[in-house]
Design a protein around this ligand. Structure first.
Ligand code: GN1
Ligand code: MG
Length: 367
């Protein structure tokens, strides 16, 4: 379908000039709608992956609730709600999406100009800003009382992931299991440790809150000075534990290499970045986190990195039907690189815990 025609289905301000592809998401397809006229907004157009997001209307309702709530908070503190929050643009019929004739779902939001997306946290200062961004996000949505639909049941729930894992291994769809006994043992040997942690979430000692669930650095918008503007990509806003947001951020921020680095020596966890992010995050989040959340903050980095090892390996064993891949071994490469990161975190875990403790103590909360 013609992208300009799709763009014309939305309540845009200004005439469409051109639509260009943007970014390399693993899940959705993303474009920028450039409009004519200096004052008119440009927009982000996305085709949502309906195989993964099986209820796009409910997903968009969740996003709209969160954006509306955040805008209100931004206005209350005298900020600019068009720059410090995402703005969903409805279709001509008022729906939060447009469904084309082949059933694909398209959505639009305002492109926040004079901003930057960063793909790696090169300095602790940037990591600090990112941490502040996630902490602010969680604190702004902490009092969002409207229920969110659970559009991705079990997303960061390791029990759910083990059920998927066990089923995928039992099927062994493309016969890859036999040569992967070492990699499978990486997952199996940590199963109990991860389930024990999740138990604390299940019994409520670690509370469930409104969380983002995809907190990699490229999902934060910075202004030209490198200060945080807002959190973007709200597809996965759900009720879960805040620790998943912290952990997923650490998986992405602290990695000195790439998520799928072929050079495993380049992959390791950078503690200066860990410290920078944690400082920014706790400056905002210390006021609402409980003692158990603080105690498990450093652990959450291992938890989410472990989950990612499991998810990439599971997709590889399952014949690559979840993540977009660039070559047949891509998910295997991702598994190796994420496992390298996990072992680097494991080696440095005592130090990570010490960093969290010191920062929390500096903010008046000793554990
Ligand atoms: C996916 O598409 P993207 O890059 O926003 C995935 C995340 C993974 C990430 C790995 C809905 O996010 O959970 O951590 O890839 N999103 C979904 O980079 O599965
Ligand atoms: Mg995403």
């Amino acid at each position: 379908m013609n992208l300009e025609k799709i763009a014309a289905k939305f309540q845009l301000d200004g005439k469409v000039d051109r639509v260009e592809a943007m970014g390399e998401g693993f899940i959705n397809d993303t474009y920028v709608i450039y409009t004519l006229g200096v004052d008119a907004y440009n927009y982000i157009l996305q085709r949502k992956n309906k195989r993964i997001f099986t209820n796009v209307p409910a997903m968009m309702e969740n996003i709209e609730k969160v954006c509306t709530h955040i805008k209100q908070k931004v206005v209350e503190k005298g900020g600019d709600p068009m720059r410090e929050a995402m703005t969903i643009v409805p279709a001509l019929d008022g729906k939060l999406y447009f469904q084309d004739e082949v059933g694909e779902y398209w959505t639009v939001c305002v492109f926040i100009g004079d901003s930057m997306v960063i793909s790696s946290a090169i300095t602790p200062e940037l990591a600090y800003q990112g941490g502040k961004g996630i902490g602010m996000f969680q604190s702004m949505v902490a009092d969002l009382n409207e229920p969110l639909t659970d559009i991705l049941p079990g997303f960061h729930n390791i029990c759910f992931r083990f059920n998927q894992w066990d089923a995928v291994l039992a099927k062994d769809l493309v016969g890859r299991k036999a040569k992967l006994s070492k990699e499978i043992s990486w997952v199996e040997s940590r199963r109990k440790e991860m389930l024990d942690f999740w138990k604390l979430v299940e019994i409520g000692e670690i509370p469930t809150r409104v969380t983002h669930n995809d907190t990699k650095i490229s999902n934060i918008l910075f202004d030209e000075k490198g200060d945080v503007l807002c959190v973007i990509d709200l597809d996965t806003v759900l009720n879960s534990t805040c620790l998943n947001d912290f952990g997923d951020a650490m998986r992405s921020y602290t990695n000195r290499g790439q998520e799928d680095d072929e050079n495993l020596d380049a992959v390791s966890c950078d503690l200066a970045i860990f410290e920078g992010f944690t400082k920014g995050y706790l400056a905002e989040a210390i006021s609402f986190l409980n003692d158990k959340e603080l105690e498990y903050l450093a652990f959450s980095a291992k938890y989410i990195t472990y989950e990612q090892v499991l998810r990439f390996l599971m997709d590889y064993i399952d014949g690559d039907n979840y993540y977009k891949i660039k070559n047949p071994e891509h998910n295997y490469q991702r598994t190796l690189a994420q496992y390298k990161l996990l072992t680097s975190m494991e080696e440095q875990f005592p130090e990570m815990c010490r960093i969290v403790k010191t920062i929390a103590a500096g903010l008046g909360k000793s554990q």
